[in-house]
Design a protein. Sequence first.
Lengths: 364, 364
Amino acid sequence: MDRRTPVDDRTGQRIVPETTRRADRLSGTRYGNRPTMKDVAARAGVGLKTVSRVVNGEPGVTPDTERRVQEAIEALGFRRNDSARVLRKGRTASIGLVLEDLADPFYGPLSRAVEEVARAHGALLINGSSAEDPAREQELVLALCARRVDGLLVIPAGDDHRYLEPEIRAGVATVFVDRPAGKIDADVVLSDSFGGARDGVAHLIAHGHRRIGFIGDMPRIHTAAERLRGYRAAMGNAGIPVEDSWISLGVTDPERVRRAAVEMLAGPAPVTAIFAGNNRVTVTVIRVLAGRSRPVALVGFDDIELADLLDPAVTVVAQDAATLGRTAAERLFGQLDGTLLTPERIELPTRLITRGSGELPPAD
Amino acid sequence: MDRRTPVDDRTGQRIVPETTRRADRLSGTRYGNRPTMKDVAARAGVGLKTVSRVVNGEPGVTPDTERRVQEAIEALGFRRNDSARVLRKGRTASIGLVLEDLADPFYGPLSRAVEEVARAHGALLINGSSAEDPAREQELVLALCARRVDGLLVIPAGDDHRYLEPEIRAGVATVFVDRPAGKIDADVVLSDSFGGARDGVAHLIAHGHRRIGFIGDMPRIHTAAERLRGYRAAMGNAGIPVEDSWISLGVTDPERVRRAAVEMLAGPAPVTAIFAGNNRVTVTVIRVLAGRSRPVALVGFDDIELADLLDPAVTVVAQDAATLGRTAAERLFGQLDGTLLTPERIELPTRLITRGSGELPPAD
DNA sequence: CTCGCGCCTGACAACGTTGTCCAGGCTCTA
DNA sequence: TAGAGCCTGGACAACGTTGTCAGGCGCGAG
């Protein structure tokens, strides 16, 4: 420690009181009582509507009047209240994005891509994480609707979205992302999970593997189910009967994924390759395999950072989160423009990136 | 392709038209004209205020009346308009977070942690990415203020935040995160960049290194400047004079980081160790070092996923993004409660995680 | 000189909700 | 049984903004 400052014992945080007390600032006359256009008008000696015109850059104001209004705005620190504006105009210039977990490296870039599109259309983005909980998804979506977002992007956690019907009827543009909507008819933009998984598994088969494990998320999640379907399709195409012990579903937390991997690598006829159903599973499986001497092939769904620097480098089926988000957001604004009238299903292709781990031969 | 569906030539997207045309849905009577409490009241045969009471769970409504109102709400698909509510009540139950880039793995978890705190307080979170552009930061912050967010978390891109003074005076709770505010007095929660960098560099020195490179971001960014200061402090403490060629500042894009690293590794007296100033620099340096035979020690600021599985595993100075976000958000709600009245500077400790790359001896 | 036209400006209502306040009907007690 | 008090329900204003519309003023043409 270079400075002698009090330290909180429990957290180790240094706490440095600053000079000004906030109470002093709060004693200002206007706390919690912001200036309105009326105040600006009074100060500038003009009418209310004239202030509105200046603030919105509408024509029909003398340069001199405009200057007086601007000065009053500056002096009072006026900022237009968008809530009132929204109430009057009907549109909020904001859209909502409900996803699973913003901390997941798959969703960060997706959200950012959506934000850029929104920005290009002058809209703000409100994010919400459902934590894969259908009730929380609905709660979030309805909260966003109550704020009258112009549009909604939803990565569904639940499988019944009929609760959205009144909203859609009322004009809320809606696009589902990554997974289709449940029981309603709506735009959806997703990756080709089935094809990607099928090709990934076929790649392993092409390298000589027959006993191939699959570790994936709960089958109630559409992408997880599709990837499992792809796995089965590839195995079926190759005429390989799948054994139950090769498949692990519904595991999400690292510890259980680890156990699942260890189990299918044990026994008299262990799997010689593993297909990992998403980025989190892939990372855990990499850790398991790193501790073993016998090489096991691995292909993961979703690319992960630094995958190319591991030994062996990790072969993946990559999907492009940013494109997913951008495409969905563009459709959403298309709906708002009135350009896009027919709900569609847009499926983005995946890409197999071979780096080494998927090309290991079977070790038996 | 398993299904015969039209494919967009340019993008490879499959486009599947769905059955219902949106136009049909739009033909409903209420498009763009949502039911209001007045409509609900009319339908239920009660007064406006009674509907308000039911919607807000206020007491003083007979079970029978309540049921009638609920039925009307259900039938009409009514959803309270929060814009109007906000206008009346003054608080929006939403907070804003302006950060650099949501796609960066450092900010995802931070944002998520903030969201959880906000949720616990019944508030929504609006994110915005400044892309490290001061003008865009200001634009975003003011847009959030216009929506009357109750509070603001800002990871500053600029170094002058006097534009926020009227907002703070008007009662917008404000906490700066990761970097202090410029020219105003406000709460700030940050990591101990100086101490972390100093300890990381001292660690390299303790393992015998004297020629140590530093690659960091633009010094106008507070964290970057602090980390550079930490580097200089450690070198100074060890009595090692620092040569200009060991230091690279202001580089951000991978290609230039790569060139900077290559340069300081060339010449007659190359550096034997590198201290990387943030997670993106670390990743690029790892790539550079991976292509070299002579081992070079590396310590990075910020932890990165899979760092432990690389060869050598990467030693880092870790900061906890989630704790940073959580702490800041809690202070923000503390301000809103009126609990916290004095602006403070809270500095969270960093943690040196030794994994191998930082313990390599000098190779000369 | 007067009329008309155009430009600037401002008064007013409305957006949908909530806080205030009052009216009417009911129950309970004296 | 009458009065007091409580409980339920509703009328009304207000929040801050924008759309509508009309008034006033200056200037040019007849």
